[in-house]
Design a protein around this ligand. Sequence first.
Ligand SMILES: C[S@@+](CC[C@H](N)C(=O)[O-])C[C@H]1O[C@@H](n2cnc3c(N)ncnc32)[C@H](O)[C@@H]1O
Ligand code: SF4
Length: 379
Amino acid sequence: MTALRQHLFHLINWVSRTFFASRLSYAHIQAFLFNNSFKKLFNLLRVHWDIRRGNEMVESRPYIFVFEVTNVCNLKCPFCLTGKGISGGREVRHMSFEESKKIIDAVADYTYLLQLYTWGEPLLNKDIIRIIEYAKQKNMYVMLSTNATAMTPDYNEKLLASGIDYVTVAIDGGSDETYEKYRVGGNYTKVLANVRDMLERRNAAKRSHPFVEWQFIVFRHNEHEAKSTENMAYAMGIDKFTPLPAYVEDEAWLPQSKEYRKTEVFNPERLRNCDRPWSHLNIRADGGVASCCFEFFKKDDFGNLGDNDFDEIWNNAFFRESRRLISQFDRSGGQSMDDSTLICHGCLKSGIRPSYVEKPEPPLGGKPKKKVIPLVENR
Ligand SMILES: C[S@@+](CC[C@H](N)C(=O)[O-])C[C@H]1O[C@@H](n2cnc3c(N)ncnc32)[C@H](O)[C@@H]1O
Ligand code: SF4
């Protein structure tokens, strides 16, 4: 059974990577099947109609909501901007329940999937359980990624009862020594016990949710443990194990095995299919409305919920410009678009995700000026 499940997820990952540029996951499929409505379906079709037409002004609404409920973190992962203590010019804070409720209400009728993190550790927000419960009442598929440090038995009980659909636990190692090299400030034995506890409680309560994914970022120092950890994870009842290619800033951290070094940041082909300013809403912990989850710096925001409502922002000059640039870029086969200072311009032109290089501006079709070592898949 375990081996069958393992093969099934390898197959789903392969299909998703090959045919959907890694943008269709188990969570997307589940959200579509179990959190649907006529209104959502009609909106989904309208979004894709708008993308196809390159419409700048839209009446459709985003169907995926990426909500950073906090940008606070308790670990110091060396290649994470938050782990490095960089705020991006933002206030470092938690979103309150009241703030969250307001924005969930604005998009709930259209949103299939709510992702409760971008940067920061979501479980440190003391309102997160209420936020999940509220989103579940509103028929959203709710998921998050956590470093699993805050999952005490008591907390796990509340998390399970909240109705959360999908939890990714980010544990990059199969021993104290390897884990703690990247997850600085974390303790492997403790996070492993936390995850075991959650699985045991879930199974004892005969719940099928949350679906629990173990995400293992593969570096040089832990690549030798990837396979044995995968086997151990499936044996302990994890639903899916994902070895994730690492973004690193120092080549010495890159794994040697080709298997774990396959994606690349510089990939204009993939960027030609960007549809995020139509399909995704990205809200940061300070209320900033970001272009996408790759945007980190406040200076690049398209608006702020503290100043305007969602409806005023969704078709503002920034969103319209981003949609125009993307359509021009797509229609010209990646050869031309208007000049612009918008973050999307640098992203499309260079093919480099903006969170990793602040100003990527090589000539169109050229190589990036700044060397960027692999990669991060869509997150
Ligand atoms: C910035 S974290 C925020 C959520 C949470 N704190 C966590 O670590 O899961 C978002 C995602 O980035 C991943 N991540 C962190 N460092 C990374 C790296 N160097 N390469 C690839 N992914 C990374 C994390 O594992 C996580 O899934
Ligand atoms: S736990 Fe997550 S948010 Fe915190 S430093 Fe590590 S990757 Fe960044």
